[in-house]
Ligand binder design. Structure first.
Ligand code: PBG
Length: 349
């Protein structure tokens, strides 16, 4: 385009470009910007993950500043606080006592276990809050894997699914609204759907960890639950979860996983981690009509916290920008440890 002189100005350096399109017109005032804003965040988008433990009191989690392991008698105060901030869904993760961990993770379907008791209490005291659970063996397994490890060191698919179905039914019986299989065994969504339906829990939903990658970003979470893969007895234990969680190099495979989960009856599809996998969130949101969830995982949380503690980042601005990026990529909901902080910031405006 050509430069032309601004006839209103006597300053001969004041020139106007002959531009038809000036995108800045719509960025000129806060009112204009808010009018053309494509995406927004609200507290109702968030799912708040909470760690529970059998012990007394509140234990801060070292690798995740600002998060805690809650005892059952302290849990409700935190859940009520989240509710007051507009959060409508929580997901519960257990730190299981070492003595209860076994090779087959059978504690996961103990109806008097930590999670069923936490769910029962929560639904009794605040029935309107949606309760989501995690289905996988790792917090209950002495091997620290999401499934049963054979004597040859293979994570067994179908045998594990038996346990997962029992776990899901016990959680549903305790009052869970949404079951979240995070284990990545093949066929578990369909099996869990059938098990729930057989027991009369056809109203209980499945939010599937559809595209869950084998990621180093889960490190702080495994510290929180002391659930990392470990060498126990004499058998070989796979050191990571790459025989069942997805390879970070793969994108198309996520679509296959999404198609399978849809066919098997998932209600919501989740991508995990979030920030390094925005392309996957976007692809699934284009491929599927189901709601898409993004998991802003522990390592993503801890990175921001660490930088903010040193004054290297503006925590509030970075967190809200990150959460908004999940919405822009195509997520409808976001699991995030920042949920309460973000809800409070949004309220302040
Ligand atoms: C367990 C599970 C993990 C997370 C959620 N459920 C860890 C893992 O797969 O090793 C990670 C969550 C986070 O890092 O915030 N199956």
């Amino acid at each position: 385009s050509t430069l032309r002189r601004d006839l209103r100005s006597r300053d001969c350096y004041a020139v106007l470009m002959d531009l038809t399109y000036r995108p800045r017109r719509l960025r000129r005032t806060p009112a204009l910007r808010s009018m053309v804003r494509e995406h927004s965040l609200t507290a109702a988008d968030f799912i708040y993950p909470l760690f529970v433990h059998e012990g007394a009191g509140v234990e801060p989690i070292g690798a995740m500043p600002g998060t805690n392991r809650w005892s059952l008698d302290r849990l409700m105060a935190e859940v009520q606080r989240a509710w007051g901030l507009g959060i409508r869904c929580v997901v519960l993760f257990p730190k299981v006592a070492e003595g209860l961990k076994t090779e087959d993770g059978a504690e996961c379907f103990n109806e008097h276990g930590l999670i069923p008791r936490a769910i029962t209490q929560l639904k009794h005291e605040l029935p309107e809050m949606t309760v989501m659970t995690d289905v996988a063996l790792d917090p209950y397994s002495c091997d620290g894997h999401d499934g049963i490890v054979s004597t040859e060191g293979v994570v067994l698919n179908d045998e594990t699914i038996e346990q997962l179905c029992r776990q899901a039914v016990v959680q549903a019986r305790a009052g869970a609204d949404m079951i979240g299989p995070s284990d990545m065994m093949d066929g578990r969504v369909g099996a869990i759907r059938e098990a729930l339906d057989d027991e009369g829990f056809e109203h209980v939903g499945i939010i599937s960890y559809t595209a869950k990658y084998s990621s180093a970003y889960y490190g702080p979470f495994r510290e929180a639950l002391d659930s990392a893969p470990r060498v126990a007895g004499g058998k070989p234990i796979p050191k990571d979860k790459s025989t069942y969680q997805m390879d970070p190099a793969n994108a198309r495979e996520a679509i296959t996983e999404a198609q399978l989960d849809e066919q098997e009856g998932a209600d919501i599809l989740m991508v995990k981690p979030g920030l390094a996998y925005l392309d996957i969130i976007h692809r699934l949101s284009e491929e599927s009509e189901l709601p898409i969830a993004a998991y802003n995982v522990s390592g993503e949380y801890s990175m921001v916290k660490a930088a903010a503690e040193r004054g290297w980042l503006d925590e509030r601005a970075v967190v809200l920008e990150t959460l908004l990026s999940f919405k822009r990529a195509g997520a409808d909901l976001i699991l995030t440890y920042h949920a309460c902080d973000a809800a409070a910031w949004l309220r302040q405006g």
